[in-house]
Design a protein around this ligand. Structure first.
Ligand code: MG
Length: 382
């Protein structure tokens, strides 16, 4: 398929941190995608919370299924806009690799623990996973991904952090846009979670159809489905509405972005970067509809007392583990201890804290719970 002149292609890539021969039979971005799929951090996503902790039910999204849904949505959009699907897929599959166990509650807790040592941010951690923490290849640390993939993984970044990141941080300082594949994957992420959190929220019983009828984006689709399929079961109606929610957002995004690309006619990737605004965007009305749904999910689902109760436990687990490991790294497995002493030798106390944070961030929900038991429960002997 012919790609648009502003798509990322191998020939214009800014390359990898460590030079490597070009891959055989694959493009550079296929190779990035493949490396991500084979990474340990990718497999761990299966047991990390999106909203619901893994043991709460088998049908809820996990970070892994979320990432796959983002990749599906992002690829459809990339193809419709004649952009690089392989790069898009790589960014989508890697975008959540840096998440701690227990979702946002886990990240907030770890960030609080790391306050005196530069903080903790899951987005930055995703980059750290692919740049430093994965240990797979003999010739280099991390996955040695292409600049454009790494740029897409680092969606946002404070100016302070950007200054320490070298080439990948420059765009935040220069206020430039990332490549279009990165822009669209960011929005595909929000399409995915807004839609599947409605599905999971209803399935869990924490939110109801009645409440959702006040949210225009949902109500419009729901009314249409009820009218067209009056005899459809409650569950069947929800499925039909959720698929329509995804579809209408994708269509809006493709249409609006096609118009905006036609209007501004960026000649190449350089022009995309220089543009004052992202060229991939929802229409104003869809952006508003999205915000309404997001606000609803925040108040009704993410702050529901049952979600909050689990978040409070998560915070306790993360904070207690961090304090204990930081005070006495010998409580950690030997491999993790080694990493703590290496980073401590390089960077002193902040290095020690960072290595403890890396260890905790890498845990799955169930591993963190188990580790908490092993450290704090006297009856847990293993
Ligand atoms: Mg995500």
């Amino acid at each position: 398929m012919t790609l648009a002149p502003y798509a990322v292609v191998d020939a214009i890539s800014q390359g990898r941190r460590f030079d490597e021969p070009a891959p055989s039979y694959r493009s550079e971005f296929q190779r990035d995608r493949d490396r991500i799929i084979h990474a340990a951090a990718f497999r761990r996503l299966e047991y990390k919370t999106q909203v619901f902790v893994n043991h709460e039910g088998d049908l809820f999204r996990t970070r892994l299924t979320h990432s796959i849904e983002v990749a599906q949505i992002a690829r459809s959009i990339a193809r419709a806009l004649q952009l690089n699907e392989d790069l898009t897929e790589a960014i989508a599959l890697a975008h959540d690799l840096g998440h701690t166990p227990f979702g946002h509650a886990g990240q907030d807790a770890l960030n609080a623990c790391m306050q005196d040592f530069g903080g903790f941010e899951h987005n930055l951690q995703s980059l750290r996973v692919v740049d430093e923490l994965e240990e797979k290849y003999a010739d280099f640390p991390g996955l040695n991904l292409c600049f454009e993939t790494r740029e897409g993984i680092l969606k946002h970044c404070s100016l302070k952090n950007a200054a320490g990141l070298g080439d990948i941080g420059t765009r935040f300082i220069d206020k430039q846009q990332p490549n279009l594949e990165a822009q669209l994957t960011d929005l595909a992420d929000s399409i995915a979670y807004n839609s599947h959190d409605v599905d999971d929220g209803l399935r869990s019983g924490l939110i109801s159809i009645d409440q959702l009828k006040d949210v225009p984006l949902f109500a419009e689709q729901y009314d249409e489905v009820r009218q067209r399929y009056p005899n459809l079961s409650a569950r069947g109606s929800i499925h039909e509405v959720v698929r329509r929610l995804i579809n209408c957002q994708v269509i809006d995004l493709v249409r609006t972005s096609t118009d905006s690309l036609a209007k501004h006619q960026p000649t190449d990737l350089g022009a995309v970067r220089q543009h004052s605004q992202p060229l991939i965007a929802f229409s104003d009305i869809m952006r508003e509809r999205n915000l309404e749904l997001k606000r609803f999910l925040h108040t009704r689902l993410y702050r529901h007392y049952r979600v909050h109760r689990m978040s409070a436990k998560a915070e306790q687990i993360i904070c207690n583990l961090f304090e204990s490991f930081f005070e006495d790294p010998r409580l950690m497995p030997e491999e993790a201890q080694q990493k703590v002493s290496n980073l401590k030798a390089e960077q002193g106390e902040p290095g020690q804290a960072r290595a403890v944070a890396d260890y905790i961030a890498g845990m799955t929900d169930r591993y963190a719970i188990k580790e908490y038991q092993r450290v704090f429960n006297p009856e847990e002997l293993t």
